[in-house]
Design a protein around this ligand. Structure first.
Ligand code: HEC
Ligand code: HEC
Ligand SMILES: [Ca+2]
Ligand SMILES: [Ca+2]
Ligand SMILES: [Ca+2]
Length: 453
């Protein structure tokens, strides 16, 4: 859809709902405002391409730059020397960004040196104190493996390790007696000589996250995140979100973390440069090779960063549906919005299209203790082994439209949205219990609400 057309559709939608696009009244958001899930970056597309659309409010020049970034995101890298896209490896997890983020959505909970099917990756480290951290509070690298296992290698090189993934079943029951089965991942990691990874190595499997709408999340002022945090639960509601603090290579200082499943990366430039280096083996200025040299020109990293900063957000659908309205009430009554904050606002940003937007991601970008069930036991920045960043819920209902077979939560263990909710524990245990003990009709309404986003 062209930008002009998207705006026309937006205005028509807003007009048909008979309300103003911006709810300045301070009260609850009306339907038309919620429909603009990404503010001026909203598009009206519920197809399998819904996550890969440019923001409709870019200038012509910005739209061209977005296209350059799109090409870079899709480029398949090869072993150097090569005329284009050289520098893959020696170790890598995939040869392109899009290989792990298909159609700019999430990847799959699959592993194995023989698969390139948008695989999960495994972060590793030693317990803090057992070695020298790469930066204050950062994960302690494992000798020979670093902080991530590259289980693929270019021709003639051996991968660092092999990763096999199997599932253990975990039975449970809704309060009304309906049984369900959850599954928990079991990793079998082998070094090249066939020996298992030592017990001292902490591991954290993570599926590739969706990448649309992230410019908006980046443009939320740090002060707003700090203000929403309640580390000691001063208001006594049982929820104690905290910000993560991580090393920001471009700034050369610790800043608030907001990307990655543990908010373990500072900004999209750092995430992109880190992905080129760690996921693809392609070094660049802010993520160089060990000897300080690098392979990729800075403008390519900048264009790829710009691309993930300027992807649009799909509007929700069926907003007027009775079940959706009932489900939204249940979402609040169960306390889901204690972490999945419906509305955030951006401050200033160097990309004008991102500045001053009111949008609806359903996340506070904060870390929460999610209990033993979801714990990876591996600290990352200031996040401890039980903490995860609240996942945005925008686009949730399109997850399996964009990638059939895609699953939920940081390691993709949840095959359905219900399973994702049933894994919630720790600070989210009361919310999970509210869901588990609700009657079938209320559960169905909640799921209808989530699928409408
Ligand atoms: C091997 C698979 C893989 C490849 C290749 C890959 N990613 Fe990722 N990506 C991931 C995983 C896994 C995460 C979650 C990381 C974490 O939690 O630590 C992620 C997270 C991200 C995020 C943060 C999303 C969020 O909501 O926090 C962005 C942005 C991103 N990747 C962009 C890129 C770009 C740009 C490239 C290419 C330069 C790329 N990725 C290549 C697997 C991959
Ligand atoms: C205490 C904070 C908190 C509360 C309360 C909470 N969540 Fe979450 N939610 C999270 C965090 C953190 C994650 C990421 C966990 C992970 O990936 O391991 C998450 C993940 C999810 C996911 C999976 C998203 C994805 O992209 O894979 C869904 C769906 C979800 N929550 C729905 C709900 C619903 C519905 C409720 C209310 C019944 C709820 N949550 C209550 C913090 C919370
Ligand atoms: Ca390389
Ligand atoms: Ca490694
Ligand atoms: Ca609190």
């Amino acid at each position: 859809m062209s930008p002009g057309r998207a705006i026309a559709v937006a205005s028509a939608l807003v007009a048909s709902l008979g309300a103003a696009a911006c709810d300045e009244g301070g009260g609850g958001d009306d339907l038309a405002a919620v429909a603009l899930a990404g503010g001026d970056l909203t598009i009206f597309d519920r197809s399998s391409n819904a996550f890969r659309m440019p923001a409709p409010n870019l200038s012509d020049e910005e739209a061209r730059r977005h296209l350059d970034g799109d090409a870079a995101f899709e480029a398949a890298f090869v072993t150097a020397p090569a005329p284009v896209h050289a520098g893959l490896g020696p170790g890598f997890n995939h040869f392109s960004c899009t290989g792990c983020h298909p159609r700019d959505g999430r990847g799959m909970a699959v592993a194995g040196s023989d698969t390139l099917l948008s695989p999960l990756l495994v972060r590793v480290s030693l317990a803090p104190g057992a070695g020298d951290p790469a930066y204050p509070g950062g994960p302690v690298p494992v000798p020979g493996l670093g902080t991530q296992i590259q289980d693929h290698a270019v021709y003639g090189q051996a991968p660092e390790a092999s990763v096999a993934l199997t599932w253990d079943e975990v039975p449970g029951e809704y309060a009304d007696g309906t049984p369900y089965t959850l599954r928990r991942p079991r990793l079998d990691i082998r070094l090249p000589d066939g020996s298992p990874l030592g017990d001292e190595v902490l591991t954290s499997p993570r599926i590739p996250s969706p990448v649309f709408g992230l410019g908006l999340l980046e443009a939320v002022p740090e002060a707003a995140l700090e203000a929403a945090a309640d580390p000691d639960d001063a208001d006594g509601d049982g929820i104690s979100g905290r910000v993560n603090r991580v090393w920001n290579p471009r700034v050369g200082a610790m800043t608030v973390g907001r990307f990655g499943w543990k908010a373990n990366t500072a900004d999209l430039a750092a995430q992109t440069a880190g992905a080129y280096l760690n996921d693809m083996g392609v070094s660049s200025q802010y993520a160089p090779d060990d000897d300080g040299s690098w392979e990729l020109a800075d403008d390519v990293v900048a264009d790829t960063t710009f691309y993930v900063q300027t992807l649009a957000v799909p509007a929700p659908h069926d907003l007027g549906g009775a079940d959706v309205a009932r489900g939204e009430r249940a979402f609040r009554q169960m306390g889901c919005d204690g972490c999945h904050t419906p509305t955030l606002e951006t401050g200033p940003h160097e990309i004008g299209a991102l500045a001053g937007q009111r949008f609806h991601p359903y996340t506070d970008l904060l870390l929460h203790d999610m209990g033993e069930g979801l714990a990876d036991g591996r600290p990352d920045g200031e996040a401890d082994g039980r903490e995860w960043r609240t996942s945005p819920l925008w686009g949730l209902g399109l997850t399996q439209t964009v990638l059939p077979g895609a699953t939920y939560l940081h390691d993709g263990r949840a095959r359905t949205v219900s399973e994702a909710i049933l894994w919630h524990g720790g600070e989210a245990e009361p919310a999970r219990e509210a869901f588990r003990t609700a009657d079938l009709r209320t559960r169905a309404a909640l799921l209808a609400f989530l699928q409408s986003r």
